[in-house]
Ligand binder design. Structure first.
Ligand code: SAH
Length: 251
């Protein structure tokens, strides 16, 4: 009995050693695969930026630079990242019947707002968190509201992981805006209300800009607004198709 106890005591060491070696090999393999994938994603990202510049005529270099830096593929929830080309010229599903906007729409809306570093921006519809990351990369202080709590949590986590401490996410109803941090230099809305939400106008600074898709799910236009001397001036722009802005409880 004494002998077998000694044998057992001696046993664990070589086993622990071999487990450690295996784990290290696996780690190396995973690291290599990640590096290879990152390189491929980097190439696709630069191709996306070239398309934005050359085909879609996006001219604001700060928007192009931000989009060449933000790792769009990481904003796709895991289950969707392998099904859709993250840098493709199209919107893509992110779960909960929602979509991440087409890169061109993100670039166009951001360019229209002419965001300057240090400005505060309210976003309605954080979704994947990608648009918030682009604004944060441009140096804005971003406050983004998302009505689906699981998406809000996902967006919050990836923004923290990517180091955007200037992007803040609130799980809540965007019809109310985010009064605590108002007024905002700019407001960007990623879902379509049928009418202009009053709280968003109230929370916009004097001389502030707002861009939003406005209308029913069959007919929407991307609208740019400016608040001058307390009044809203509106210009109609592109016909677009966004997910509807839904009404939460109590709104
Ligand atoms: N900007 C996002 C695109 C999100 S799609 C991105 O970069 O991925 C539009 C988002 O608006 C969806 O996630 C949807 O849940 C959200 N949404 C719809 N109605 C809303 C509301 N009332 N308040 C806040 N978010 C809303």
């Amino acid at each position: 009995m004494g002998i077998s106890a000694t044998a057992q005591q001696l046993k664990p060491q070589p086993q622990a050693q071999s487990v450690k070696t295996k784990a290290t090999k696996k780690e190396v393999k995973t690291r290599e695969a990640t590096k290879k994938k990152e390189k491929k994603m980097e190439q696709e990202r630069q191709a996306m930026v070239e398309q934005l510049r050359n085909h879609y005529q996006i001219t604001d270099q700060r928007v192009l630079t931000a989009m060449s830096v933000v790792r769009r593929h990481l904003y796709f929830p895991e289950a969707y990242s392998s099904q859709y080309a993250p840098y493709g010229d199209h919107p893509a599903p992110i779960g909960h019947n929602q979509t991440i906007s087409q890169p061109y729409i993100v670039a166009y809306m951001t360019q229209c707002l002419n965001i300057q570093p240090g400005e505060s921006v309210l976003e309605i519809g954080a979704g994947s968190g990608y648009q918030a990351a682009v604004l944060a990369e441009m140096g804005a202080e971003v406050y983004s509201v998302e009505i689906i709590p699981a998406l809000a949590e996902h967006a919050r986590q990836i923004l923290v992981k990517e180091g955007y401490s200037n992007a803040h996410i609130l799980a809540g109803d965007g019809y109310k805006g985010w009064a605590e941090h108002a007024p905002y230099d700019a407001v960007i809305v990623a879902c379509a209300p049928e009418e202009l939400p009053e709280a968003l106008v109230t929370q916009l600074k004097e001389n502030g800009r707002m861009i939003l898709p406005l209308g029913s799910s069959f007919s929407q236009r991307l609208v740019i607004l400016r608040k001058t001397k307390g009044k809203i001036h509106q210009e109609n722009d592109l016909p677009v198709r966004f997910v509807p802005m839904v009404h939460g409880e109590g709104s």
